[in-house]
Ligand binder design. Structure first.
Ligand code: CA
Length: 522
């Protein structure tokens, strides 16, 4: 049975949604109609300027643009961390990752970051009778103490509510370059195991970031061709959808596009005007098109909620620099890049499509975070969260579905790589707790390095505090911007509005001490 417009309008009409009916809006869906399938496509490092529907000129994204034409585009969506691992933590658990001191990416020697007793989106969907899968990049660690790459990678996604996992274990730029299926490395030959351990030459860096050097396992590595990862994951996702078409399903599809290295399938090479970076976006667009085609072929499109977004802003690496030099603005005009508390690090594209429910071709400027997906989907399914579940997740379902113009989230905490630069939004104001974006640093424009010298975290950005790659004398210790008036964070107005800054500092302090911010929702 298809979700019908009539049923939705009857229960979720706009008059019902104004006021007290909001919290139970989702319950109405479940009582009146078939449970909708849910797909979250979570692109990697896709910036605010990387799609044609968000203004890009040097790349073409017809499939994603079509999603926007058929659904709702968001212009004030933020990932609550500008870094891959904590961003995924927030999405899956509905908890701010700073509560677990999680700010940085994890690598191959890291155990599972999420407590298996904590509710995840997948647990919740599974409890509601959904088939659940993650196909793509995990990046949240495996095991207890340390992953056992030659044994069972457990606990991992399967212990957090997913029925099925196929994908890459950490990040496409770092080892081990293998696929994982459920608990095992694919194609691992016990006679040729993965060999890992600390390397003497890079000991300091490796210990800081918990990295092991890896070798061995020729057969397993041979199955991993980096130019085939995008198409392989896409094929697995399409197959899983088709195999599970007869039950309600939840697919979490974190793509490896468009994280560096920029390795599109050869068929996409040279198709954009922004180098391999742009070609990799073209492959991502094709992947989205294939998923949508599968839904159409199986007659599932009308009963599937698709959320497309990114885990953090675009990164100024070599590919990004090349794209920028070709005139492609990876984060649009926003200040900063991936890892930053500045807007370029965390304001990301988001499109929600659900034919007949979400009004086609609409745009929302409401503030929302990726930490809100869990509670919003709980609301959709009528699942009651217990105390301690998803403590920072707000029910933003009416915002996601375009059923209210009321502001439902007036504040949001945003973490960059450096804990000192944690930021808080309230309304259109943002306070950043220290100087700079809190991301990568370097001495010269265009360079980047972890923790870069001297003091400035700088990748070519300039505003009222910064000149020629350094802070101006007397630059304030914190930053305040009114994003309505100054969306590109060009002038730090903290000295002009000290009361506003104090208020935001108090709010951030309060949020940090509260075990949950859910009760703060208006
Ligand atoms: Ca990322």
């Amino acid at each position: 049975m298809k979700m019908t417009k009539r049923k939705i309008t009857g229960k979720i009409g706009s008059s019902v949604l104004i006021g007290v009916g909001l919290a139970n809006a989702g319950l109405a869906y479940c009582q009146t109609a078939e449970k909708p399938n849910v797909i979250i496509i979570y692109a990697d490092d896709l910036g605010y300027g990387d799609l044609s529907c968000y203004g890009a000129q040097k790349v073409r994204t017809p499939n994603i643009d079509k999603l926007a034409l058929q659904g709702r585009m968001f212009t004030d969506m933020h990932t609550v961390s500008a870094v891959s691992t904590p961003s995924r933590y927030a999405l899956l658990t509905g908890q701010y990752p700073f509560r677990e001191e999680c700010y940085a990416p994890v690598f191959d020697a890291q155990d599972l970051l999420i407590d298996v007793n904590r509710l995840t989106i997948a647990d919740m969907m599974k409890a509601q009778g959904y088939a659940t899968a993650i196909i793509g990049k995990w990046h949240l660690g495996f095991g207890v103490g340390k992953p056992d790459w030659n044994g069972d990678l457990k606990p991992g996604p399967l212990e957090l509510g997913f029925d099925y996992y196929f994908g890459i274990p950490t990040v496409s730029s770092h080892p081990p370059f293998v696929y994982i299926e459920n608990h095992k490395v694919v194609g691992l030959d016990p006679d040729d195991p993965i060999v890992y351990g600390k390397s003497a030459e890079t000991k300091v860096f490796d210990e800081k970031f918990n990295i092991d050097k890896m070798g061995g396992a020729k057969a397993a590595h041979a199955l991993y061709d980096d130019e085939m990862v995008g198409t392989t994951l896409c094929g697995k996702a399409v197959k899983w959808i088709k195999d599970n078409k007869d039950k309600p399903f939840f697919l979490y599809f974190p793509t490896t596009n468009i994280h560096h290295p920029f390795t599109p399938n050869p068929r996409f090479k040279g198709t954009s005007e922004a180098g391999r970076y742009g070609d990799f976006i073209h492959e991502l667009d094709w992947i989205v098109g294939e998923v949508m085609k599968a839904l159409d072929e199986e007659n599932l499109a009308e009963n599937t909620l698709v959320i497309f977004t990114s885990d953090n802003g675009a990164m100024l690496n070599r590919g990004g620099q090349y794209a920028m030099s070709a005139g492609h603005r990876i984060n649009g005009k926003l200040l900063g890049f991936k890892f930053d508390a500045w807007e370029g690090g965390n304001r990301v594209p988001m499109i929600v499509r659900w034919p007949g429910v979400v009004k086609a071709g609409t745009v929302s400027d409401q503030l929302i975070g990726n930490v809100d997906f869990l509670h919003s989907l709980a609301s959709l399914l009528g699942y009651e969260l217990k105390e301690g579940d998803a403590p920072d997740s707000y029910d933003m379902l009416p915002v996601l579905l375009g059923k209210t113009s009321r502001e439902m989230r007036d504040h949001l905490v945003i973490a960059p790589l450096k804990p000192s630069n944690i930021a808080v939004r309230q309304g259109s104001w943002i306070l950043i707790s220290a100087r700079g974006g809190g991301g990568f640093g370097a001495k010269k424009p265009g360079e980047h390095a972890f923790g870069g010298p001297p003091a400035l975290f700088f990748a070519g950005e300039t505003n009222s505090d910064i000149e020629n790659g350094d802070y101006k004398p007397g630059a304030p210790d914190q930053q305040l911007y009114d994003l309505k008036k100054d969306p590109y964070e060009s002038v730090n107005v903290i000295n002009k509005f000290p009361k506003r800054a104090a208020k935001l500092n108090d709010l951030l302090k309060e949020i940090k001490t509260l075990p949950s911010t859910r009760q703060l929702q208006k």
